[in-house]
Design a protein around this ligand. Structure first.
Ligand code: ACO
Length: 356
């Protein structure tokens, strides 16, 4: 009978990977050997090409990935009629679950990944009483998603900001959703089933569901003079401040810095930035005072909220926009798990009653 037990599997190594490496002490992230900062500059399709090396046929560069994902968005758009009628009127994460469930099991990696931007745009438009806009396969994922969502071409600086965001959050070690993906992939279930499970894990507020609540917090605070009393009161009530803390990072999450830079490039006067910076400054000071034994710093979700808000994306979409990127990571991990891993089947320690 195994003896060791680590709550939340903290510190447990459950996979070997060549996909990403987090240095939590120094705040550094490598994606397949490339520093995050360089990847963010190269954009989403380049990041997918890097992660999917050996998964899709041939050696794809950024341009090749634009073509592959573009064709896959066209295929995904043919599927929309199968799930949209029942997803209409549902909350976005719930509607997206229906879209994911409708992805055919035999789909290729590109078809699974491309289903999300198509579905999210169609679902958001349906909630406004609008028809879906057909994909343009020549565009990047960022450009086409904003176009399908709005029904018109986005500005170049908006596309660049979303592209940098998608590249920044594409993969991040064995986070909860990626672990969920690896568990499902380890049973040799389909890629569509793997992505659906991972998406469900992502939606919780302790993981990818935090940025919507970050904006709720900024709204509730409202003005700079209310920052400190509001945060004090929240902590007094035992609440967690959304956008702060991380299982692995003991310093500032490097993705927060990359996203702040993208936000400043998009709009140096971004509406909520001044208030957000005051909230960040005050939250870090309060967390340091109240939790001296635990180094809590800003995580990726704080600036995700500000960036996606500056792109005028509805906050109920934030977790699904995150998934549009992370799905490429889940897919890479699924392949790696199937190639190199075993069935994931940990043990539990029974602490219930035993018959006398
Ligand atoms: N606000 C207030 N207190 C916090 C916060 C926070 N954001 N984060 C951690 N703490 C406290 C905990 O209450 C705990 O205190 P205690 O020891 O007195 O009970 C201590 O710090 C350690 O917390 P853990 O639960 O051990 O931290 P864990 O590694 O399990 O959690 C997590 C990490 C879930 C991200 C946590 O920091 C949190 O809830 N943050 C807020 C939600 C959030 O921002 N989620 C997005 C994370 S990034 C991502 O997943 C993409």
């Amino acid at each position: 009978m195994p003896e060791g037990f680590s709550g939340g599997l903290e510190g447990v190594v459950a996979a070997e990977t060549v996909l990403s490496d987090i240095d939590g002490e120094h705040g550094r992230l490598l994606i397949r050997g490339m520093p995050l900062e360089r990847l963010a500059e190269r954009g989403f399709e380049a990041a997918v090409a890097l992660l999917w090396e050996g998964i899709v046929a041939g050696e794809l560069d950024s341009g090749g990935m634009v073509v592959l994902l573009g064709k896959a968005r066209i295929a995904a758009s043919r599927n929309v009629g199968r799930w949209l009628p029942s997803a209409r009127g549902k909350a976005v994460p719930q509607g997206l679950r229906l879209a994911l469930a409708a992805i055919p099991d035999a789909s290729t990696p590109a078809e699974v990944a491309a289903a999300l931007p198509v579905a999210l745009a169609a679902l958001t438009r349906a909630r406004r009483g609008l028809e879906p806009v057909a994909p343009d396969p020549r565009l990047t994922t960022a450009a086409d998603f904003l176009r399908m969502l709005r029904g018109e071409q986005a500005e170049a600086r908006e596309i660049a900001a979303l592209d940098a965001y998608l590249a920044t959050v594409i993969d991040h070690g064995l986070n909860a959703s990626t672990f969920a993906a690896r568990v499902v992939a380890s049973t040799h279930a389909s890629l569509a089933a793997t992505a659906t499970a991972a998406y469900c894990a992502l939606t919780g507020p302790l993981h990818g569901g935090a940025p919507g609540p970050v904006l709720d917090m900024l709204d509730a605070i409202g003005s700079p003079e209310r920052v400190e009393p509001w945060l004090e009161q929240a902590l007094e009530k035992g609440e967690r401040l959304m956008g702060f803390g991380h299982r692995v990072y003991r310093v500032r999450d490097p993705r927060a810095e990359a996203l702040k830079a993208a936000l400043l490039r998009l709009d140096p006067k971004a509406g909520r930035l001044a208030l957000a910076q005051e909230v960040e400054r005050c939250a870090l000071a309060l967390l340091k005072r109240r939790k001296p034994g635990r180094a809590l710093d800003t995580n990726v979700e704080f600036y995700t909220a500000l960036l996606l808000d500056a792109l005028a994306l509805p906050r109920e979409n934030f977790v699904s926009v995150f998934a549009m990127s992370r799905i490429a990571g889940w897919i890479a991990h699924a392949f790696e798990q199937r190639r190199t891993g075993r069935l994931i089947r940990p043990a539990s320690r029974y602490i219930g009653p035993r018959a006398a």
